[in-house]
Design a binder for this molecule. Structure first.
Ligand SMILES: Cc1cc2nc3c(=O)[nH]c(=O)nc-3n(C[C@H](O)[C@H](O)[C@H](O)COP(=O)(O)O)c2cc1C
Length: 379
């Protein structure tokens, strides 16, 4: 007879297989990421149709939904990173954004991204359960520990050292899980959190809304393997992606008896010809906001060296066009090939970004999606 834990896991897997878009039969899951922030994945002043106007965002979410994308994931950001454009400086808050999108769409999962050290777990659990109710079970939560120090200073919150922030994260997610699943009230006496008579009703509709975590360090990856349903990760090359996805799935399985998926994000520049696509990429580089890119790289701990000497090299360009995302550039056929390679490397899904979100998503739907289906990636 399977143990209770094992049978609970099997029940959860079965529920998800039947009801949760990110667990559908499609080989390559698709979504949008970072559309709620100015700049999105592009640290450049190349002209873009992106605007903070609500109608623009509503159209985008509905289009992604109509194209049967699985996920709509905003970035948690409270301020920009400077430069002339103040990259990411204009942004919508993610729980309210996810809730509005949940009410305006039919099938796509709407995510909130939450800074665990800034948002109390009772607030996150309650907001999450509310959005799960609004969406009839399509909510997911991207839990991040945060990395932008000025953001923490803005709140008067001290960022913990790297190891400790993930220990805190473990208590934080335990509290959320208990609030989502336990009918009895409980006291919680942790190292970081002390709660008295904690309770939350209603529970989410899903047994457990999927948890993403975007930690990419060994500690972040270990946390994801233990607590998350998907790790959300960048990668330098396909070989690195292959090793990373294999290892994190192994650790989740062997050390915690659980399954984990891995998602990544990609900036798509797709045009009728390769020359046109490369020209758009070049325009993004030519109009880069190097100061903002430099600030972004410092936030990530990337050594950019002397500002003038290093800032125009390939590494900086990688951040200008993509902000760390995979760059998927070319004709529809080439884009399909590149997305297929990322999938082959163990990434279960790619969360896309564009320069002109609404217009290019239309083009993607018309020109790329049918080819992805033909290639068996969306069948
Ligand atoms: C795909 C992806 C999405 C992320 N989203 C956010 C976010 O919305 N807000 C945020 O503060 N950090 C975000 N991060 C940063 C991560 O949470 C994390 O701090 C960073 O990857 C460093 O990993 P580490 O904490 O394991 O060192 C994201 C990172 C990645 C790769």
């Amino acid at each position: 007879m399977p143990s209770t834990k094992q049978s609970e896991r099997e029940e959860l897997a079965e529920y998800r297989r039947l009801n949760v878009p990110l667990y559908n039969e499609k080989k390559l899951k698709l979504g949008l990421f970072s559309m709620n922030c100015s700049g999105g994945m592009i640290i450049s002043q190349a002209p873009s149709s992106w605007t903070i106007d609500w109608d623009y965002h509503l159209k985008l979410a509905r289009k992604a939904d109509a194209l049967d994308f699985e996920a709509y994931i905003p970035v948690a950001r409270w301020r920009g990173v400077g430069g002339e454009m103040d990259f990411l400086g204009e942004n919508y808050e993610t729980f309210t954004y996810a809730s509005a999108m949940a009410a305006s769409t039919e099938n796509i999962m709407t995510f909130a991204t939450v800074h665990a050290p800034i948002v109390h777990p009772i607030v996150a659990a309650k907001a999450g359960a509310t959005i799960d109710s609004v969406s009839a079970g399509r909510f997911g939560m991207n839990v991040v520990m945060g990395w932008l120090v000025p953001e923490f200073e803005m709140f008067g919150v001290q960022q913990r050292d790297h190891e400790t922030r993930y220990e805190y994260g473990s208590e934080w997610i335990d509290v959320v899980d208990r609030l989502w699943s336990e009918s009895e009230h409980f006291d919680f006496d942790g190292r970081f959190l002390q709660l008295k008579d904690a309770q939350a009703r209603p529970k989410p509709i899903q047994p457990r809304p999927p948890i993403l975590n975007a930690g990419n360090s060994p500690t972040g990856g270990a946390w994801a393997a233990r607590h998350a349903d998907f790790n959300f990760s960048s990668f330098a090359d396909l070989e690195g992606a292959r090793n990373y996805t294999r290892e994190i799935k192994r650790v989740a399985n062997e050390e915690h008896g659980r399954d984990i998926g891995v998602l990544t994000y990609g900036l798509v520049i797709c045009r009728d010809t390769e020359e046109e696509a490369q020209a758009v990429h070049q325009q993004i580089i030519d109009m880069a906001d190097w100061r903002a890119a430099h600030n972004w790289m410092s936030v990530l701990g990337v050594e950019s060296g002397s500002f003038n000497e290093q800032m125009h090299g390939p590494l900086a360009e990688f951040f200008v066009a993509g902000a760390g995302a995979a760059r998927v550039v070319g004709t529809p056929e080439q884009v399909v090939e590149q997305l297929g390679q990322i999938n082959q490397a163990g990434m279960d899904g790619v969360m896309l970004g564009f320069l002109n979100w609404n217009e290019e998503l239309d083009y993607f739907g018309e020109r790329v999606l049918p080819l992805l289906t033909e290639a068996g990636l969306r069948g």
